[in-house]
Design a protein around this ligand. Structure first.
Ligand SMILES: [Zn+2]
Length: 78
């Protein structure tokens, strides 16, 4: 089963396409050449490419959204 979604590119904010092919999610942006291929079942990133970022995505680690830790000490802000 294949579905196609139009989403906002997480890299440049333009419109990108997300293809769902069985357990594989493939997100690609024609504007900035962003690419993310991920297994929905395991959450593992199979292939990732995000131009314009100063550090490339490490394929050995799952890509998660950056979260602000509520446990961050207030002294870090001072
Ligand atoms: Zn993009």
């Amino acid at each position: 089963m294949t579905t196609l979604q139009t989403i906002h590119c997480p890299n440049c904010g333009s419109y990108a396409e997300r293809h769902q092919i069985n357990d594989i999610s493939r997100t690609q942006c024609p504007r900035c050449d962003y690419l993310m291929v991920m297994c929905n079942r395991t959450g593992r990133v199979i292939e990732a490419h995000a131009p314009g970022l100063d550090s490339s995505i490490r394929l050995t680690e799952p890509v998660t959204r950056h979260r602000r830790s509520p446990l961050q000490p207030a002294s870090a802000l001072a």
